[in-house]
Design a protein around this ligand. Structure first.
Ligand SMILES: Cc1ncc(COP(=O)(O)O)c(C=O)c1O
Length: 403
């Protein structure tokens, strides 16, 4: 059967992602050093403590853990998350304002699904998290990029873009952002920018989806308030256990207005009904034993060292714009003097090193800046391989620019 002729519009709209995934599959060959994926370093996992928490779950809650959970999540876990967010993020919300979901990504999907119709514009930082763009496209939203710089989204650019769309008769209603250690740039918005962007969001009545996936992985600089804590009503806060415990749990959560949370729960009935009771119980037992805080601390030390190792290795790397030195998270971002999709192919095929070409992170993947952008991840690669990875990449770049 020719399945290509049978795909729905939604499945056809996401076909572009295939190019990226296809190239990255090449990176799985033996001998390739990958700076591509945003995977946690395996050394952050605390296997013994996880084993103890899992044993406790099965001993004390076995039948419940192996059953379905309530649709919005296990009540005790929602209570735990509300208390933890108040302590760490100074976010005040009740357990009823939290939906536990199967990874932060599920929360993003339901938020887009609940708040946008096909054809609606959805505003993103340029560049932004690739999979959020993909979800928007799949749901037939129209991603619109808003210019951003090292201090975050540019409020005037947001205002101009929202005003222009309103004049065109299609006012935007949703803004998706990653203000802390963003994927892909690693940048963190200043407090001033956070306030200014929220003011513009207020003026244009935008619902703000704040992705906090890397937010706890700060290893330098001052703690900054989340958008959610600055504008509790307007912001839909999406967080995940993926970077503070493990992506293998497939567990995240959304904190938002109670009415919206109930609606997201109804959408969740149609995806997986409820998230895994087993991993919810595990996250709760591990969290109550102090596991999350201990793991975050370990992760901060490790990623700080790896960031420094990569920045040192990049000292003479020929790029167009200086690499931003992120205060947290997993990524470095820059622009170079060639098309980075071409560079990626050469890097993998001839030099055995992989990264992610920048184009997939932009609402318009064909813009001039998208074509020359590059994301390097230092989270997963072994520290002692970083200098060699950067040496290989530099060689591939010199050849590509010269060809
Ligand atoms: C910016 C960002 N948001 C959300 C996610 C989704 O994470 P998960 O679905 O594993 O919670 C990721 C995953 O890497 C991410 O980079």
């Amino acid at each position: 059967m020719n399945w290509n002729t049978r795909f729905s519009d939604a499945a056809s709209r996401i076909a572009d992602a295939d190019a990226v995934i296809g190239i990255l599959k090449l990176a799985e060959q033996p001998g390739i050093i990958s700076l591509a994926g945003g995977l946690p370093d395996p050394r952050v996992f605390r296997i013994e403590e996880t084993q103890e928490a899992m044993a406790e779950v099965l001993r004390d809650h076995g039948p419940e853990a192996l059953n379905y959970s309530p649709n919005p999540g296990i009540t005790e876990l929602r209570e735990f998350l509300a208390t933890r967010m108040a302590r760490i993020e100074r976010i005040r919300c009740s357990p009823e304002e939290i939906l536990v979901c199967s990874g932060g990504l599920e929360g993003i999907r339901h938020a887009f699904n609940a708040l946008t119709n096909p054809g609606d514009p959805v505003l993103f930082e340029d560049p932004t998290y690739m999979v959020a763009l993909q979800v928007c496209r799949e749901l037939a939203g129209i991603p619109i990029g808003v210019s951003s710089d090292d201090a975050g989204m540019i409020p005037e650019a947001l205002d101009d873009t929202a005003s222009r769309l309103a004049r065109e008769g299609r006012p935007p209603r949703v803004l998706y952002v990653g203000p802390s250690f963003q994927n892909p740039t690693g940048r963190t918005w200043s407090l001033k920018r956070r306030r200014e962007v929220l003011e513009v969001a207020e003026r244009h009545d935008l619902a703000v989806v704040e992705d906090h996936a890397y937010g706890e992985l700060r290893y330098e600089g001052e703690w900054l308030p989340s958008l959610k804590s600055l504008a509790p009503e307007r912001v839909i806060f999406v967080h995940t256990f993926s970077k503070i415990f493990g992506p293998g749990l497939r567990l995240g959560w959304v904190a938002a207005d109670r009415n919206l949370i109930e609606r997201l729960g109804l959408l969740k009935l149609g995806t997986d009904q409820c998230s895994s009771a087993l991993t919810q119980r595990l996250a709760l037992a591990y969290g109550k034993a102090g596991g999350l805080d201990a793991q975050v601390e370990r992760a901060q030390d490790l990623y700080r060292r790896k960031r420094d190792a990569m920045i040192d290795a990049l000292a003479d790397f020929p790029c167009r714009t200086p690499w931003l030195r992120p205060d947290g998270g997993f990524f470095l971002w820059s622009e170079v003097d060639c098309d980075t999709e071409k560079l990626l192919l050469r890097s993998i095929e001839r030099h055995g090193v992989a990264f992610v070409a920048g184009s997939c992170f932009f609402a318009d993947p064909n813009s001039a800046v998208a074509r020359v952008s590059i994301r390097l991840s230092y989270s997963y690669v072994a520290e002692d391989r970083i200098p060699e990875a950067i040496r290989r990449l530099g060689q591939a770049l010199r050849e590509t620019v010269g060809s």
